[in-house]
Ligand binder design. Structure first.
Ligand code: ADP
Ligand code: MG
Length: 304
């Protein structure tokens, strides 16, 4: 039988906008001492928008910002990543025609590649596009040195810079900014006040991650991690004796949500994450994660 205290707490959780999937999750949440947060869509709004387009000065192929955006948007129209979505929305907002690419391949945690037609069927030519982070550029031996200063500056502002290569030559950088949720800073202050260690995990680069963490009041950051790396970090913390909550929203967070002692899914996130979570934060507000932990602690005390 489910103890009355658990039923009461589950009901209170629902009132707060927190769906607790069973008494066991509630119990474990009372023992947490570490909260790991995904960045994009968890600490931030997850609705990134293009802020800057920088053309490589020695780029061999692109002459105009709109040509670059049109071709990159064509590739990104096939990607489900929020960064891709930002680029496509930006291109459409400029009135550009976003055509189907000839080929497309997603490279998880790195970016996307594909071939698009530049110009019409007879007079145009096929261009191989790669859009993504430094690791993706390294995979295709693209020299990014000429853009490094721009990339560093953009990342220091908390923006996510993405390199664009055309036929293996750097063509430019597109930066996207994803604002921090208004509630995140207060939530992190609350978590700290409750004695919890807060860590942010992200596939994004170190500089951008550090800037976002600084704005949100988070003191530990692990950047540049692939989905498997998120699981590894949680396992590492658990091996140190920590009781770990993972809060995430994306498909790529699902394995980490499952590995954590308590997986907390953002209710506005992907179905896969919601499925993997023990607790669902319906409004995506991190303050409700702190409230859920406080509720669990109180409930466990009354049951002892
Ligand atoms: P996060 O953990 O922040 O949600 P991901 O692991 O999904 O990030 O992605 C890591 C990095 O890979 C991104 O910051 C970006 O630089 C690059 N990337 C991933 N997908 C794309 C894409 N479709 N277009 C461009 N860049 C991408
Ligand atoms: Mg995310």
């Amino acid at each position: 039988a489910v103890p009355t205290a658990v039923m009461v707490a589950t009901g209170k959780g629902a009132e707060l906008g927190v769906l607790i999937k069973g008494g066991e999750a509630l119990q474990r949440a009372g023992d947490l001492n570490t909260v790991v947060l995904d960045k994009t869509g968890t600490v931030t709004e997850g609705k990134p928008a293009v802020t800057d387009v920088v053309l490589a000065t020695d780029g061999a192929f692109v002459h105009r910002e709109h040509d670059l955006l049109r071709m990159v948007a064509s590739i990104e129209s096939r990607s489900e990543h929020p960064l891709a979505d930002a680029i496509v929305r930006h291109a459409r907002g400029l009135g550009l025609t976003v055509a189907e690419p000839d080929t497309f391949e997603s490279q998880t945690g790195r970016g996307a590649i594909g071939v698009v037609r530049d110009g019409d069927a007879t007079t145009g030519r096929d261009v191989a596009i790669a859009v993504g982070n430094a690791a993706l550029m390294a995979d295709y031996s693209v020299d990014t040195a000429s853009a490094q200063a721009d990339v560093d500056r953009l990342a220091s502002d908390g923006k996510t810079p993405m390199f664009v290569a055309m036929d293996g030559v750097l063509a430019g950088v597109i930066a996207v900014a994803d604002p921090i949720k208004e509630s995140s800073r207060a939530a992190i202050t609350q978590l700290h006040a409750m004695g919890l260690e807060v860590v942010m995990l992200t596939g994004d680069n170190q500089r951008t991650a550090d800037a976002v963490a600084r704005l949100a009041g988070i003191d530990r950051v692990v950047a540049g991690v692939l989905p498997a790396g998120k699981v590894a970090e949680i396992t590492r913390l658990q091996a140190l004796g920590r009781v770990v909550a993972m809060v995430g929203d994306g498909i790529n967070d699902a394995p980490a949500l499952a590995q954590a002692d308590v997986g907390m899914a953002i209710g506005t996130g992907t179905d896969v994450a919601i499925e993997a979570g023990d607790i669902v934060l319906m409004r995506g507000d991190l303050r409700t994660a702190a409230q859920a932990i406080a509720l669990s602690r109180r409930t466990m005390r009354t049951m002892k």
